[in-house]
Structure formats: C-alpha cells, structure tokens
Design a protein. Structure first.
Length: 235
C-alpha cells in the first residue's frame, strides 16, 4: 500500500461558498495570532505550545469564533510551520486564503460525492467531484484533509491509501537525442521537428512585446494570461 493525495473539487452553493471563505479567513487570522505570540515568547516546539494549548483555544474561540477543534488545527499548523532548524529566525505569517487543515472530527464523507465540513455557521453538506482517474474509496481515506482555494474554487486535498502497482519490466531500450533544429531524434531513426514549437514561441514573443508596449490595465491582464499559457505550452 502507498499514500496518494487526491484533489477533490467542492461544488458549494453561493451561501456555502461564503461560509467556507469566511471560515478560511478567520482560521488564518487565528494562525497569525498564535504565530505572533509564539514568536514573541519563543514557544515554537509542539510540546511547549501544548502547555499553552487551552489558553490559545480560549483566546481563539473568544476572539475569532472558531470551534475548539478548528483552534486545535490552527495551533498545529503554526507549530508545524516552525518545525526544524532555520525556521525560527523570523515571524511566520499566513495569507487570508492559506489552507485550512481539517481532521476527521470536523470533516466527514457522508458519501463519495458529498462531504460534511465545519464552518463558522456550523456543518455544511457540500457536493464534491473527483476525476475518474482517482475515485475515492471511503474506507481508504487517511488522516487530515486540506481545504484550499484556487482561482475562486474550493478543493479538498485528501490523502488516500492505494494499492501499489506491479513493477513494469521494460524490454529493450530507445535512445533520444535532443537538439535545436530537430527537438528529438530517436535511435530507431525517427525525427521530430522543432519548427512548430519555434513558430508558437515566436508568436508568444511578439504578442507579449506588443502588450508590454501598450501598458493599459487590459493589456497587463492579457499579458498575465498569455504568460500562463506560454508556461503551460513549455511544460
């Protein structure tokens, strides 16, 4: 068996999305509070933080309105960020939309297509979808799940236990020579021209130059989108 992280898309209603967003922002405010006090007092280690455990939970519940278990997860997240040598020289801060760490006490899968997740407004039952390549099996879900926000969409990063595939023993070998005119030439005599790739690179270069010279907000937005597409093309 091996552990694999699966990214599941949440499909909340508008009200549920607002509740998740508010919870995420409040959670990271609490992380910043714990981090600030820990840094000032030099209490970084997990055991040392545990001595302040109930103090932090009380303060987090009173100030930020989080449940006791979400407060526990915030403390654990801060402790983990300071773990190891060289991580304690400066104050750690957390962005408003940094990940929220959930455990099985505050998140549960009611079915393979929905999840019950704790928010500031109580538990919400939210539909989720997973690609066909990575079907969830409830009995194989292990440990924590991270709630993340990417381009306005919420996802859960879930750790699952999966079977290890039988090792594939290849027969024979194929050599590949990388070049400029031909981007690849195989040892069995096949040639792959770089002409099309060069054409696309040239088009992106001209487009970015034109957008940079224009300098408007619309052009800058278009430039950012174009740069992202170019990176994807290169990959």
């Amino acid at each position: 068996m091996m552990l694999l992280t699966i990214k599941a898309k949440l499909n909340p209603t508008n009200d549920q999305h607002a509740a998740l967003l508010a919870t995420m922002e409040r959670f990271n405010e609490a992380c910043n509070y714990v981090s600030s006090v820990s840094f000032q007092e030099g209490t970084f280690g997990k055991r040392t933080l545990q001595k302040q455990h109930y103090r932090y939970i009380r303060d987090i519940r009173d100030t930020y309105g989080l449940s006791a278990q979400l407060a526990v997860r915030a403390i654990a997240k801060v402790s983990e960020s300071y773990k190891g040598k060289g991580h304690r020289q400066e104050l750690h801060t957390f962005k408003p939309h940094s990940a929220v760490v959930y455990d099985q006490r505050i998140l549960s899968f009611k079915a393979l297509d929905s999840v019950s997740i704790l928010t500031l407004e109580g538990r919400k039952l939210i539909p989720l979808s997973v690609g066909a390549y990575a079907q969830l099996e409830q009995r194989r879900i292990r440990g924590q799940a991270d709630l993340i926000l990417q381009k306005g969409t919420f996802y859960l990063c879930v750790v699952v236990e999966v079977e290890e595939h039988t090792q594939y023993n290849a027969e024979g070998c194929l050599g590949v020579d990388l070049g400029l005119v031909n981007i690849a030439t195989t040892s069995d005599g096949q040639h792959f021209s770089g002409e099309k790739a060069d054409s696309v690179r040239t088009r992106y270069t001209k487009l970015k130059a034109a957008l940079q010279s224009k300098g408007t907000k619309s052009a800058k937005r278009h430039l950012k989108q174009t740069s992202g597409k170019e990176r994807t093309f290169k990959i």
